[in-house]
Design a protein around this ligand. Sequence first.
Ligand code: SAH
Ligand code: SF4
Length: 377
Amino acid sequence: MTTNLLDFDAEGLTAWFAQQGEKPFRARQVLRWMHHFGESDFNAMTDIAKSLREKLLATATVSPPPTISDKLSDDGTRKFLFDVGNRNAVETVFIPEDDRGTLCISSQAGCALECAFCSTGRQGFNRNLSTAEIIGQLWQANRALGYAPTSGNCGERVISNVVLMGMGEPLANFDNLVPALRLMLGDNAYGLSRRRVTVSTSGIVPAMDRLAEACPVALAVSLHAPTDGLRDKLVPINRKYPLAELMAACRRYLIHAPRDFITFEYVMLDGVNDSDADARALLHLVRDVPCKFNLIPFNPFPASGFQRSPAERVRRFASILINGGIVTTTRKTRGDDIDAACGQLAGQVQDKSRRIQRTAGAVSGAAARSVGVELHL
Ligand code: SAH
Ligand code: SF4
C-alpha cells in the first residue's frame, strides 16, 4: 500500500517523513518538487539522495486525479474533467481575464445540500474529495497551463486565483479542504495570497468559524434570498442556520478575513427572488455586514422549474443595491461553446444518497451544474 504524497500539506508531509526517519528539510524539498515544479517522478527530484528516492519509489506516489478531457473555448475558457474513481468525475474550469487567471475547482463528487436551483444538488452526493483530489485539480491545471511569458526570466504562473465554486460544498468537506488550502497558500507549494483564494459556501455556520481559525481565506456566501421563508426553500441548509445566524457568522469571519468584505452570491431567478422589494430587503439584511454582491443569472437545466431573470430586471436589481451603497457586479457567461459556462458543467456522480430516486422528475445523470465564471470577487 503506497501513500499519495499529494494528500499532505507541509506539516503533514513533515510528520510522514519523520515516521520514515527523514529530516524536515527533506519534506520541504519534496514539497517544492511536487507543487512548485509540478514533478510527480521521484527519480527526477535530482537534489534528493538516491537512497531516499528509492525509498519513496517503494512507499509513495504523487497521484493527481487523471485527466479525462481538456477542452478549450474560443474565449480562452478551459474545462478539465478529472477521474476520481468508481465512475465519478469532477470538473475544473480555468477562466482567463485581463488581469488574472482564475481556476474554479470542485470539493465533492456531487453535493448533499439540495439547493433547489442547483443541478449538482439534484444529482445527489457520492463522497468528499480527498486532499489529493482537491489540490490535484490545481496541480494538473498548472501543468497544463504553465507559466505566462513575462519580461523576466521565469515568468508568472497563469493561474493567479483559485475559487472553490465547482461541484460540492467545500465547508462540508472541511478536513480535506484545509490542507489543500494550506498548500495553495504555502511558500513551498503554490504561494498564492489569501486574498486570491476564495471559498464559496452555502452557509454552514460552525464551519465558517472553524475556517476563520484554521485558514482564513476570502469568503463568498451563497445568499440567494432576503428572508428566511424564501431561503428555507431555495437553500435548505438555511433551516439549520437561518439568516440572523449567517449574518452574525459573516461579521465574525471578517475579524480574521484577508479582505474587509464578504462576497454575497445571488442567483437571479425570474419572479422568485428578483423583485425591487427583494433588493431593498437585502439592503436591510446586510446593513451591518461589509460586503459586495455578485449577481449570477440563473442557468437553467432540464426540469429545474426556474427561469433566468430578464437582463433588464437584473440591471434594475443591481442598481437598487448600488444606490444603497453596495458594490455589485453581474457575472458574465463564458465558455458556452465547450459547455463550461454557468450551469453547463456536467461532471459525473454516482448518487449514493438515493436522491435521484427520491426526486420526482429529477434531471438526468449528465445534468448540468453551475460554476462561477468572470468572478469579480
Ligand atoms: N456549494 C458552494 C459552492 C459551489 S456552487 C455554494 O453553494 O456556494 C457555486 C455557486 O453557483 C453558488 O453561489 C451556487 O448557488 C451557484 N449556482 C448553483 N446552481 C446554479 C445555477 N443553476 N445557475 C447559476 N448559479 C448557480
Ligand atoms: Fe451544493 Fe452549492 Fe449546489 Fe447548494 S449550490 S446544492 S451547496 S453545490
